[in-house]
Design a protein around this ligand. Structure first.
Ligand SMILES: Cc1cc2nc3c(=O)[nH]c(=O)nc-3n(C[C@H](O)[C@H](O)[C@H](O)COP(=O)(O)OP(=O)(O)OC[C@H]3O[C@@H](n4cnc5c(N)ncnc54)[C@H](O)[C@@H]3O)c2cc1C
Length: 429
């Protein structure tokens, strides 16, 4: 048995970027924080993403959050005293169709109303952003204040900073369930014993829906698999993280992360349970999604209904490590070489896959639930939570310590899945 604290002020379930950032902000306020992680820190989505930190293209509801997050990112290396490979090189999207151009023009006007400056870039000026490229003739949109950072470093740096303020991180420590008494949170049951605690933050990525199911709460969430490749070093190309039919960003050592928007969906019990609410999203983005019969999806079907099955799953799948789609990534590399001739000699050095936790409207839940009182959820970041990590950590700490967040989070309320609110996505990337 591990040496568990008997009690804490807050237990955070999950040591991805959301859990680690929340721990940092809460520990800075002097609260006794314990983070329980079933596997290793940042083992799942938070170390496997592209590393784009963008305001550009987001659902209007996310723009104010992301603008504030952007401000935090700008000083984060100094605040955490860590190298995060932060590059403030902007985010550039190259249009593939006239329809896309019109959509982004509308988005740019909305962003401008929030005070976010993005500019339409004519084809003749694209060389200034990605020199030596052949990206197309329709132009693009550029948000200069955006950036990129290295996912393999950020969550660990937040962990170290949180630990420096007294937070405890317990790895290989799955939380099997949240205990309640009289309608409020009273503790958590972990694989190493119980912790008494009045406040629990569920920051457990793709596992949140199952954790909530055992509290009688319905959170529509499915997993899709994204694939990413790291190339060998290329000559300096651009500092902007770019989407041009292929997504790429170049690190200071010349290596590049490359990927595409296409993803695989391993059919799972949630695909059937929530299929209907995901239909709109599927119709919009279905051409980017390939359905597969996933062994893992099927073998975890019982975890929704039986708590003992969920225990087995949480300890069997310590770190979700889905197979990347290597064929898709070979195609991505070919497209990169066509778009940027200077990359002709690069090779793929390694590839990886990552499960993405999707909600029907592609918006997260960042909310304190009415019942049980004391339960806060930060989950469902739908493939774009890395950039939001710092602000989500701060806002969750405000919910816990002040009773309310400093930015309006009504668009991210949990009750939208049951109060009949529209579940449509206005994200344009
Ligand atoms: C391929 C890919 C590309 C992406 N690209 C980008 C990008 O460029 N920009 C961007 O902003 N975002 C991107 N994202 C999304 C981003 O990575 C996620 O939104 C973000 O990392 C979510 O963080 P999280 O902390 O909520 O979840 P996670 O990082 O998944 O962390 C959740 C943690 O909870 C743990 N856990 C779960 N259940 C339990 C339990 N019961 N007990 C204990 N521990 C538990 C898990 O083991 C896991 O470590 C991408 C994601 C992927 C997969």
């Amino acid at each position: 048995m591990r040496d568990l604290p008997a009690r804490a002020d807050v237990v955070i379930v999950g040591a991805g970027i959301m859990g680690a950032a929340t721990a940092w902000y809460l520990a800075k306020r002097g609260l006794a924080v314990v983070v329980c992680e079933k596997g290793r820190v940042a083992g799942e989505q938070s170390s496997r993403n592209w590393g784009f930190v963008r305001q550009q293209g987001r659902d209007p509801a996310e723009i104010p959050l992301m603008m504030e997050s952007n401000r935090i990112w700008r000083t984060l290396e100094r605040d955490l005293n860590a190298d995060l490979e932060w590059i403030a090189g902007g985010n550039f999207v190259v249009f593939q169709t006239e329809e896309e151009r019109a959509t982004f023009e509308r988005w740019r006007a909305i962003a401008a109303r929030h005070g976010l400056q993005s500019r339409m870039v004519p084809a003749s000026e694209m060389q200034q952003i990605v020199p030596g490229s052949q990206l197309g003739t329709l132009g693009g949109i550029f948000t200069e204040s955006d950036g990129q950072a290295e996912p393999a470093k950020v969550t660990h740096a937040l962990q170290r900073a949180a630990e420096g303020r007294g937070a405890r991180f317990l790895t290989d420590c799955a939380v099997f369930g949240v205990e309640t008494s009289g309608g409020r949170v009273s503790g958590v049951e972990t694989e190493h014993g119980a912790i008494q605690v009045p406040t629990v933050v569920l920051a457990c990525g793709g596992w949140t829906s199952r954790m909530l199911a055992h509290l009688g709460l319905r959170f529509p969430q499915v997993w899709i698999t994204g694939s990413v490749a790291r190339t060998t070093a290329a000559p300096p190309i651009a500092e902007a993280a770019t989407w041009a039919g292929v997504a790429f960003r170049q690190r200071a050592d010349g290596t590049m992360n490359i990927a595409t928007r296409s993803a695989d969906h391993d059919l799972m019990v949630e695909s059937l349970l929530f299929g209907r609410v995901f239909l709109d999203d599927y119709r919009k983005h279905g051409r980017d999604l390939r359905l597969r019969l996933g062994r893992m999806g099927l073998s975890t079907a019982l975890g929704r209904v039986s708590r003992s099955a969920l225990r087995r799953e949480l300890t069997r799948y310590r770190t979700l490590d889905p197979a990347p789609n290597d064929k898709q990534l070979d195609n991505v590399l070919q497209r990169l070489k066509q778009a940027i001739p200077a990359t002709t000699h690069v090779r793929i050095d390694r590839t990886w896959g990552g499960y993405i936790d999707m909600t029907p409207d592609m918006l997260p839940v960042i909310d304190s639930l009415d019942r049980p009182d004391g339960l806060v959820v930060a989950s469902g970041f739908s493939g774009h939570g890395f950039g939001m990590g710092p602000i989500v950590g701060r806002l969750v700490s405000e919910i816990v310590a002040d009773g309310r967040p400093s930015i309006d989070l009504s668009a991210f309320r949990f009750s939208r899945f049951s109060d009949g609110g529209p579940l449509t996505s206005d994200t344009v990337i």
